[in-house]
Design a protein around this ligand. Structure first.
Ligand SMILES: Nc1ncnc2c1ncn2[C@@H]1O[C@H](COP(=O)(O)O)[C@@H](O)[C@H]1OP(=O)(O)O
Ligand SMILES: [Mg+2]
Ligand SMILES: [Mg+2]
Ligand SMILES: [Mg+2]
Length: 346
C-alpha cells in the first residue's frame, strides 16, 4: 500500500477491501447452515456471522491503523483470541487509493478518527433468509423449531424459491472525524451480478465527503413519493410517522444500510424510522455515503447525530433521511410536534 496517500484515503480503501472479506464470511456462515443465534435483548439478535465478520473487520483495521478508535456493534472481539489468518485483510482497494483527498481531510490523524462498524446490518433478515434457503421441507421445519425470530403465521406464508430478504443484509463501516461521518462503506454480500456467464456475489458502495460515491449506478428519485422503512421493528409511533407523510407507496425492508441503498438507487426518496432502535454503527456509514451523494440523514427532529468516541450508542430520536434537502425539509415539516416530543422525552 502506498504510504504517501493521505490517511483518510488509505483507511477508506482498506475499509472497502475488508468489507468485501467480511461479506464472504457472512455468506460462508450461511452456507455451513449453523447460524449460532444468540438473543441480546428484545427483537435484538446476533449470529456467528455477526461475530466473525466483526472480528475480521476490527482485527484487520486495527492492525493497520493502531491508533484509530474502532467501535463495533458486537462488543470487543479482542477477548476472543487470534483470528484465522485468512480473515486478516491488509490489501487496500486499488481504485479508492487513486482518489484525490479533499483539502479539508488531508491533515487528519489517526487520533481524530472514530470508525463505527456494523458487521451485519439486517440480522433479522439474514436469519429469516436462512430459512428460505432450506429447500428440504423437513430441514426447514427443524430449523424453524429452533428459530426465535419467526412467527408460525410468517413461516406458513414462506416462499423459499429465492434469496428473499438476504439482499437486505449489508456490512457497514463508517469513518467519522471530529464527530462527523466523512466516509463510509456499504457492502451488500448477496447482491448478484452476471460477469459474462458467471454469477458474481456482492458489491461494495463507498462515499467520501467532497469527492462523491462509487460502486453503484446513481438514479434520480421516483416521480411519486416513495418511503422506505422498517419491516421488523415497527410500532404505533413508527406507523404514525409514516401516515403523516402522505406517500404514494411505503416499502418495508430490513437494515439501515439497505434503506439508504434504496435512496441512492432511486427506489425511494425518504427513509423514516420514528423509533430509538438504530444505533451509531447503523447510521454512520449510510449517513456518510448518502451525504456524499447529495442527500441528508438526521434524527426526526432534523438534528445531525454526533459520532465521537464518547457518544451514547442509541439513536434515541429515530432516523429521517432523504435524497436531497428539499425532500428532507418536506418530511421534517410533516412530523407532528407531539411525535417529536414523544421521541425526545419531552
Ligand atoms: N429494536 C431494535 N433492536 C435492535 N436493533 C435494532 C432495533 N431497531 C433497529 N435496529 C437495528 O437497525 C437496523 C435497521 O432497522 P430496521 O431494519 O428495523 O429498519 C436493524 O437491522 C438493526 O441492526 P442490526 O441488524 O445490525 O442489529
Ligand atoms: Mg444487531
Ligand atoms: Mg445494524
Ligand atoms: Mg448488526
Amino acid at each position: 500500500m502506498s504510504s504517501t496517500a493521505p490517511l483518510i484515503i488509505r483507511l477508506l480503501a482498506s475499509s472497502v477491501s475488508v468489507a468485501g472479506r467480511a461479506g464472504k464470511i457472512v455468506r460462508d456462515v450461511m452456507s455451513r447452515g449453523e447460524l449460532g443465534i444468540v438473543e441480546k435483548g428484545k427483537d435484538d439478535y446476533q449470529t456467528e456471522a455477526d461475530r466473525s465478520a466483526q472480528r475480521c473487520i476490527i482485527s484487520s483495521l486495527s492492525s493497520l491503523y493502531p491508533k484509530v478508535n474502532i467501535i463495533g456493534e458486537e462488543g470487543n472481539p479482542d477477548s476472543e483470541g487470534e483470528i484465522p489468518s485468512e480473515w486478516l485483510q491488509i490489501e487496500a482497494d486499488k481504485e479508492v487509493m487513486l482518489l484525490e483527498c479533499p483539502s479539508s481531510l488531508q491533515g487528519v490523524k489517526e487520533e481524530d478518527i472514530v470508525v463505527w462498524v456494523d458487521p451485519l446490518d439486517g440480522t433479522s433478515e439474514y436469519t429469516q433468509g436462512a430459512l428460505m434457503l432450506k429447500r428440504d421441507p423437513w430441514e426447514r421445519w427443524k430449523m424453524y423449531l429452533t428459530h426465535p425470530l419467526i412467527s408460525i403465521k410468517w413461516y406458513l406464508s414462506l416462499r423459499h424459491s429465492n434469496y428473499g430478504f438476504l439482499e437486505h443484509v449489508t456490512v457497514l463501516i463508517g469513518i467519522s472525524v471530529n464527530e462527523k461521518p466523512v466516509a463510509g462503506v456499504i457492502h451488500q454480500p448477496y447482491f448478484k451480478t452476471m460477469v459474462g456467464e458467471e454469477k458474481q456475489m456482492g458489491r461494495t458502495i463507498w462515499g467520501l465527503q467532497g469527492v462523491g460515491v462509487g460502486g453503484y449506478i446513481p438514479a434520480p428519485p421516483p416521480d411519486s413519493l416513495v418511503i422506505t422503512t422498517t419491516r421488523s421493528h415497527s410500532n404505533p409511533v413508527v406507523e404514525k410517522a409514516l401516515q403523516v407523510m402522505n406517500a404514494a407507496q411505503v416499502l418495508r425492508v430490513g437494515g439501515a444500510g439497505y434503506k439508504v441503498l434504496q435512496l441512492l438507487e432511486g427506489k425511494a426518496s425518504i427513509y423514516v424510522f420514528a423509533s430509538p432502535g438504530c444505533k451509531k454503527w447503523d447510521t454512520c456509514a449510510p449517513e456518510a455515503v448518502l451525504s456524499a451523494a447529495g442527500g441528508k440523514l438526521t434524527d426526526i427532529l432534523g438534528d445531525f447525530y454526533k459520532y465521537g468516541a464518547s457518544v451514547t450508542h442509541p439513536n434515541k430520536t429515530g432516523v429521517l433521511a432523504a435524497v436531497n434537502d428539499e425532500l428532507h425539509n418536506y418530511a421534517l415539516s410533516r412530523i407532528p410536534q407531539e411525535l417529536k416530543d414523544k421521541l425526545s422525552g419531552n
